[in-house]
Design a protein around this ligand. Structure first.
Ligand code: PHE
Length: 339
């Protein structure tokens, strides 16, 4: 019983000045190997006639120790210099920076939405393609000089495999499925072995489109692209088609819009012509239809393909395409919404 009194006064004479000494206090008195537990263990040695009194005292000691520990702990939290260990739960939380969508994704989404409004749906395909889907089926047999128009990355393990140079390969895959009429757009990343500069990269993004049905004409193509340009760039932009050549379309054309930067008066971006090329297009070549098992006497179609980087550069007036893949957040976080 003297032991109980001793422990109590020892507790009161402890100097607890910080959280480390508070923890030491807890271990010394209240821990599983602490003094309070130890003195409880001695109960079995107390003579029977004193057990009742000792039990009461012990209980008091336990209650006192718990309350005393709480009291000195509170004192530390309130007025000691080490309150930084405690958390003030009413403080505002830490702000975690949220990323923004990449400008290429923003513009790609905008292009997709414009075509979805007139009934096109999205089709996707593999980035590693075989030669047939990327070239041969598109009327580009081996040794065809037009293959040089797209400098290709081949996969050395299997020379029949390559990184697709355009998403026209997805159009072939969709035509082969045989469900007509077909009205699709094919967004995705494509690869070409080009020297990297402000205007070219070894990979970029495309949205290509394809419409196949009975009686589709060049007038439908013009009308569709005209609608696209007005939705994308506004009513005041000028549009023109120039005859061109692609092996998979006949006739073929390229479409220019009036330069958004100088408004047609001439600048570096439009090379002082007032016009900027934005896409290639044409009527699907009958051979391409036949290669995919489509009767070219019954069906006709148009196709077009545009580079998303070019359209993003024009929309946001970005002059160097390398910025899109450098991952510099100072550049990227300027694009938070579609213009
Ligand atoms: N596939 C062509 C390219 O990547 C673009 C294109 C698509 C041209 C459809 C005409 C018709 O260069």
């Amino acid at each position: 019983m003297e032991r109980i009194a001793e422990i109590k006064s020892a507790m009161e004479s402890e100097s607890v000045t910080d959280f480390a000494s508070l923890e030491a206090f807890r271990i010394k008195y209240l821990g599983t190997k602490g003094l309070v537990k130890a003195v409880m263990g001695e109960m079995k040695n107390v003579p029977n006639d004193q057990k009742k009194e000792a039990g009461l005292l012990l209980n008091e000691l336990k209650i006192f120790a718990d309350a005393y520990f709480e009291k000195i702990g509170e004192g530390l939290g309130n007025d000691s210099g080490s309150s930084s260990d405690l958390q003030d739960l009413s403080l505002p939380g830490e702000n975690l920076p949220l990323g923004t969508r990449h400008p290429i994704s923003l513009i790609q989404q905008k292009i997709i939405r414009i075509f979805e409004k007139i009934g096109f749906s999205v089709a996707e395909g593999p980035e590693v393609e075989d030669d047939w889907h990327n070239f041969s089926a598109l009327n580009l047999p081996e040794d065809h000089p037009a293959r040089d128009m797209q400098d290709t990355f081949y996969i050395s393990k299997n020379p029949d495999w390559l990184l697709r140079t355009h998403t026209s390969s997805v159009q072939i895959r969709e035509m082969q499925k045989g469900k007509l009429p077909l009205r699709i757009i094919c967004p995705g990343r494509v690869y070409r072995n080009e020297t990297i500069s402000a205007r070219a990269h070894c990979f970029f993004h495309q949205v290509e489109g394809l419409y196949i049905a009975e009686n589709v004409s060049f007038a439908d193509l013009k009308q569709t692209l005209h609608y696209f340009v007005k939705e994308m760039f506004g009513d005041s932009v000028g549009v023109r088609l120039r005859p061109s050549y692609f092996p998979f379309t006949e006739p073929s054309a390229e479409m220019d819009i009036s330069c958004l930067i100088c408004k047609g008066s001439g600048c570096n971006v439009c090379k002082h012509s007032g016009w900027v090329e934005i896409l290639g297009c044409g009527m699907v070549h009958p051979k391409v239809l036949e290669n995919c098992g489509i009767d070219s006497n019954k069906y006709t179609g148009f196709a077009f393909g545009m580079g998303v980087e070019r359209i993003t550069m024009l929309t946001y007036q970005v002059k160097d395409l390398r910025l899109f893949s450098e991952n510099d957040v100072r550049f990227l976080n300027q694009f938070t919404s579609i213009q």
